[in-house]
Design a protein around this ligand. Structure first.
Ligand code: HEC
Length: 126
């Protein structure tokens, strides 16, 4: 006879394992929600639409400070690398402390999960 408690336990472990994986990979749907209440006041995700901050369309893999008609800080212009998931994670953790963050008046996202989710969402903007 099947031990039903054991089956339930195994199923629960499988669910929590897949959730753990989702945290690491970032959840784009949750990230879109984070974006709409923390980034959208300053950033559009449409091509060519700059607000207080530059458009974030296709930002992952894009050279930092590369929107031609946006007036970036000198620190951001000095950043010659393309945005990656890990550099975005570092920037969003502490935008004003991170080397290139001087102009973004935003305290950052302290929760690693929020950052992973928002970066997963940014990766969908292509
Ligand atoms: C108060 C307004 C404001 C908020 C809120 C804000 N940003 Fe920004 N963001 C800016 C400004 C201004 C810049 C330009 C920074 C510079 O030139 O130093 C910027 C720059 C950036 C860049 C670099 C873009 C590029 O073209 O190199 C990224 C990526 C970014 N922000 C992501 C985010 C994300 C994701 C959030 C939400 C979690 C967010 N920002 C919240 C104003 C904001």
């Amino acid at each position: 006879m099947i031990n039903i408690n054991r089956v339930v336990l195994v199923a629960a472990l499988a669910v929590s394992a897949s959730n753990a994986w989702a945290v690491d990979a970032g959840d784009a749907v949750a990230g879109k929600a984070v974006f709409s209440h923390t980034c959208q006041n300053c950033h559009s995700v449409e091509i060519g639409v700059n607000k207080v901050g530059p458009s974030l369309w296709n930002v992952v893999g894009r050279q930092a400070a590369s929107i031609p008609d946006f007036s970036y800080s000198d620190a951001m212009k000095a950043n010659k690398s393309a945005w990656t998931a890990s550099s975005l994670d570092a920037y969003l953790a502490d935008p004003r402390g991170d080397l290139h963050g001087v102009k973004m008046y935003f305290k950052g996202l302290p929760a690693a999960k929020d950052r992973a989710d928002v970066v997963a969402y940014l990766q969908t903007l292509k």
